[in-house]
Design a protein around this ligand. Structure first.
Ligand SMILES: [Zn+2]
Length: 285
């Protein structure tokens, strides 16, 4: 019998050893211009559950890279939202836009202290802003850490708040912590803002318009371009728009029946606020 003279198991083991030895001699393929890895997310992106708030979803997705408000505001009553100081403390409405800013201030080594300084600036009672809280909903530091600002369920005071205007309903504000008029923003900050914007869109289940602050009209009386913000952080606007278009291809229809054509996802430059659906009558009166 052939089988008894050449037992099958030893023959297969020998073949496996020969094969493994041969595999080790084959060099791995050379990488083809490998891009630098993005900052890793601690968990794979998951769709949000029906009962999750945006804060909970970002905490889940960004893990220790997301800092809740208490991490910079602590328990000091001076850093609580103060709705009575500003007439705009209304629900944000249907979120359709994300606007990117830079803080236009030098970076502090203590990020929490830096955010408290921004809070004091925005809530200062001098007739300039007199805001109820820090104007932005999220702030991203040079290490790509995301910090929670104003409650994402409340309308912000980050665009057109000088003077108060119609630009903030449905508009989440993200601020890069630094001054990028002349300096390039850190790559990790840009990438994390893009990720944050994509996660926000995923949470709401629809494409969002992405803008830089200067893409809005009515700022300092200018029809458009009344500010230089966000400076070179405009790079994050461009990349976030690209990612939005990849996720929601033009011509498709996303959840909720919102068309994902260029008209709704669209480029930032030259886009006036008329394309943003707001509900000013119920919020600003
Ligand atoms: Zn700005």
């Amino acid at each position: 019998m052939v089988a008894s003279r050449f037992p099958l198991v030893p023959v297969l083991a020998l073949a496996a050893i020969v094969l493994m030895t041969a595999c080790r001699t084959i060099p791995p393929p050379a990488p083809h211009n490998p891009p630098a890895p993005p900052p890793p997310l601690p968990q794979a992106p998951l769709p949000p559950s029906a009962t999750m708030t945006l804060r909970d979803y970002l905490k889940q997705q960004l893990g220790p890279g997301f800092h809740v408000r208490a991490e910079w505001a602590g328990t000091d009553p001076a850093y609580r939202p103060q709705p009575y100081r500003y007439r705009v403390w209304a629900p944000i409405g249907v979120v359709r836009v994300v606007t990117i800013h830079h803080a236009e201030m030098h970076v502090w080594t203590d990020t929490a202290a830096m955010i408290r300084a921004i809070f004091r600036d925005h809530t200062r009672e001098d007739g300039r802003l007199d805001a109820a809280d820090v104007g932005y909903h999220f702030l991203v530091d040079e290490a790509g850490q995301v910090w929670e600002g104003r409650d994402a369920g409340r309308v912000g005071t980050h665009v057109g708040s000088h003077p108060p205007g119609q630009n903030n309903p449905g508009n989440l504000g993200i601020c890069g912590l630094g001054s990028f008029l002349w300096e390039e923003p850190p790559r990790v900050m840009v990438e994390r803002i893009v990720t944050l914007t994509a996660l926000i869109a995923r949470y709401y289940g629809r494409p969002l318009i992405v803008r830089g602050h200067r893409d809005w009209g009515g700022i300092h009386g200018a029809p458009i371009g009344g500010t230089s913000c966000p400076g070179k952080l405009e790079r994050a606007v461009v990349l976030a728009e690209e990612k939005m278009r990849e996720t929601y291809p033009p011509g498709g229809v996303a959840a909720g029946g919102i068309a994902t054509s260029g008209a709704s996802v669209g480029g930032a430059a030259g886009v006036g606020p008329a394309r943003v659906s707001t509900t000013p009558a119920s919020i600003w009166d």
